[in-house]
Design a protein around this ligand. Sequence first.
Ligand SMILES: NC(=O)c1ccc[n+]([C@@H]2O[C@H](COP(=O)([O-])OP(=O)(O)OC[C@H]3O[C@@H](n4cnc5c(N)ncnc54)[C@H](OP(=O)(O)O)[C@@H]3O)[C@@H](O)[C@H]2O)c1
Length: 315
Amino acid sequence: MRAVQFSEYGPPGVIHVAEVEEPHAGPGRIRVAVRASGISPGETYLRSGTWREVVPTVLPYRTGFDAAGVVDEVGDGVTGVSVGAEVFGMTTMTGRAANADYAVLAAWAVKPAAWSWEEAGGAAGAVETATRVLDRLAVGAGHTVLVQGAAGGVGAVAVQLAVARGATVVGTASEHNHDFLRSLGAEPTAYGAGLVDRVRALAPAGVDAVFDCATGALPDLIAIAGDPARVVTIADFSAPAHGVHLSHSAPADETDAAFGGADPLAVHGLDIAVGLAEQGRLQVPVAAAFPLAEAAAAHELSETRHARGKIVLVN
Ligand SMILES: NC(=O)c1ccc[n+]([C@@H]2O[C@H](COP(=O)([O-])OP(=O)(O)OC[C@H]3O[C@@H](n4cnc5c(N)ncnc54)[C@H](OP(=O)(O)O)[C@@H]3O)[C@@H](O)[C@H]2O)c1
């Protein structure tokens, strides 16, 4: 089968499609014939070598954390899903390899009929991450939440999940994405200089929680929240120096040192997302869809850090 991988660190061009052995569904797992899968921005840092000192990577590295497709193998002990079902879900943190013809999923849910394959292929990682952080921040009805980097793959889903919880959401993005943020239910504003004053004007009663999907603004985000404990970032590695929690995840069976301090995976978010999608309350905005063979171009787009929503590969 085909799988997207890189065998050396470097620019997007080191990403290529290789012919590899098909994986099979072990106990507790399912295998899908992939119809679409997500690009993970974090994997662009792995590929470039930026994270080589902090995240041990065995080469060749097969990319892709989330996928949607048709179940064609069901592992021992798996109940509630059969061959032929249309699902979306995620691999293990270390197993990956979802950007391929077949992928083994460790967590999944039924693909909502309202979602295209492209939306479903890029959904699971964003849904899990957004749910994990909104849970940690205990976001609920009546709260006001700031989502920094709200037009990206995670941010666009986080806005909608926070709105679904009954929160009022302020989201940051470049000006040309402000109508997009409004369409998701957020009050938009620009990130960058003057953010504290702009958010205070939009939320005069204060902000209960800040979900940071970007980097470089933690002092402002803490000032907005009033307490570093009310800020969670998924991207800013300077978080510990500011007393802010950097949320990352690992399944319970992957307690490798590299995942120390991990939050439990918020897998329950997948079923919540299905319910919301069926009610027309959750879309997965797709910035672009590339054929599997053009994965390098997908990485190139991701590296602009200005994609609106998820970048996906289609099989
Ligand atoms: N820790 C975890 O568990 C976890 C999980 C998933 C992702 N991540 C990380 O979280 C980050 C976000 O992921 P993603 O999938 O949402 O990425 P993404 O889709 O690539 O994010 C792109 C968005 O970032 C916005 N942006 C760019 N520069 C910004 C800035 N200086 N301030 C605020 N927003 C800015 C852009 O907005 P405009 O185009 O409107 O300017 C664009 O909409 C990535 O670094 C990713 O690696 C971490």
